[in-house]
Design a protein around this ligand. Structure first.
Ligand code: 2Q2
Length: 322
């Protein structure tokens, strides 16, 4: 009888271990800055249901849009502290992993084909390795992004129009340096504070791809999208290293498999949706302005080279060669 009791007890422990702990469901929190209609959110919802399905309900991912779990930097800190689990992030990770700055070096990438060749190649791997090592986060899948454009209340056609222009940038030191060099007064702010900042006149504008201009409702407070197209980039969906390591092998495989499928879903959504957004923004009163991109390149590229460390510069020069 004692022997069978021991066997039963061990079997019970075994099943507890499988559900990752005391038998309860593993509940992960994913925080990001876009709204519920955005490609990132819709893809994350698909990812969450794939993970739940592939782990027979053992892992549930709760998604918090509009920075409702906290700003991007705060969410990264929360994941490292274990109070959040996943985040959508990119160049902001340079505050931990310097190589992540290369996600958004102005005028480094020619177009999205160039971006994809870098992300999928050895440079992308080196960036991901350093993010994992230094930020304690593991990239699961990524989204390619439309180019970043400058939005404003008056047209801005060249750096000369930037004097006295106060603008928001994300927590990306490289952006502070390059926009300062271009003649603007940049300041760091979380994305969810941008609308109010512009409405209250704290800032005159910001820069983002059209999908986030739309997601943040910025067409209500900005009249112009100035086609600086200063950054072509991508952004990762990342999980905390410790959160991933706490899973058993089957659960970890299920998460990685779901991430591969989510990657494709995100790519399809991007192809379907991104073209429409420019029209939707003009329908909402925004005007797209062609700018002297060469003039922006001339002031920003030297600022990038000055701002980057040797390690970052090496990667920057290799990116230009791809
Ligand atoms: O402007 C923003 O906040 C977003 O476009 C992104 O979060 C930004 O690109 C970086 O903070 C990504 O790490």
């Amino acid at each position: 009888i004692i022997l069978s009791a021991i066997v039963l007890f061990l079997a019970a422990c075994g099943s507890d271990e499988a559900s990752g702990g005391n038998g309860d469901t593993i509940e992960w929190k994913l925080g990001h800055l876009s709204d519920e209609n955005h490609i990132w959110h819709k893809t994350a919802e698909e990812f969450a249901s794939l993970v739940n399905e592939k782990t027979s309900g053992e892992i549930e991912i709760e998604i918090y849009p509009n920075n409702s779990l906290g700003g991007e930097t705060d969410t990264i800190n929360s994941i490292q502290a274990g109070t959040a689990d996943l985040v959508i992030s990119g160049e902001t990770l340079q505050n931990w992993a310097p190589k992540a700055a290369l996600l958004a070096a102005p005028y480094a990438f020619r177009d999205l084909d160039h971006v994809t060749s870098v992300v999928e190649g050895e440079i992308g791997q080196e960036i991901e390795d350093q993010i994992k090592e230094e930020a304690g986060l593991t990239p699961l899948y990524y989204h390619t992004r439309a180019p970043r454009n400058l939005t404003s209340k008056e047209p801005i056609k060249s750096p000369a129009d930037l004097s006295g222009f106060s603008m928001r940038v994300p927590n990306v030191p490289l952006f502070l340096d390059t926009w300062e060099a271009a003649g603007a007064n940049p300041q760091v702010m979380d994305f969810n504070e941008v609308f109010t900042g512009i409405q209250q006149g704290v800032i005159d504008g910001q820069e983002n791809p059209v999908d986030l201009i739309q997601s943040g409702g910025l067409y209500e407070v900005q009249q112009y999208v100035n086609r600086t197209e200063h950054v072509h980039s991508w952004i990762y969906v990342l999980v905390g290293n410790e959160q991933l390591e706490a899973l058993n092998d089957e659960q970890r495989d299920a998460v990685l498999e779901a991430a591969e499928e989510a990657q494709k879903i995100g790519e399809e959504l991007y192809q379907e949706e991104i073209e429409q957004i420019e029209g939707e923004l003009t329908d909402n009163g925004m005007e797209f302005v062609d700018v002297d991109q060469e003039a922006f390149r001339e002031v920003m590229i030297p600022a990038v080279e000055k701002s980057l460390s040797d390690e970052q510069l090496d990667l920057y020069n290799r990116i230009l060669e791809v």
